[in-house]
Design a protein around this ligand. Sequence first.
Ligand SMILES: [Zn+2]
Length: 180
Amino acid sequence: MAFIKRSERKSRKPPEFEDLTTPEDLIALAEKKGLETNPVSVSELASELGISVRFEPMPDDDSGSLKKERKTGNWIMTVNSLHHPHRQRFTIAHEIAHRIRHAANSDSFEDKTFFRNGESNWMEAEANQFAAALLMPEKYFNYFIENESSTVEDVAKYFQVSSMAVRIRAKNLGYEGHNL
Ligand SMILES: [Zn+2]
């Protein structure tokens, strides 16, 4: 039994996502909070994580960014408002990954078009993997392909992602063939 001075307790900083490190952890959080999980609402998840999401028109090459505000310490995500909603979902999931996994390494992330030239650094590669797993959890992905449809278009429509994202996810999960 130990007593804690009120002032000490008050000054203790809350843990920063200590138990939220994987896409599975985030799905579990969404379920716990009653957020949409089928497919997962990445906007709601971002809010739940304390990230402000803004939509702004940007050049087509820019997907979005995630930055920590100097003054307030708040994290601001900006998403290209001119992109298709399915692309925006991937951007949001990708920026969530940066917040969860890379915030100790950098407080500013700027993202161009995904998947174009391979990934330049480990954080970008990891954020893409994370985003794909968050948007298309393996068990749901497998289930849909085995029981509903295995065409790229149907899978993309169901998970509300681009067909490029579906193709890459399928390849990473070991699928091959005419459609997937
Ligand atoms: Zn990135």
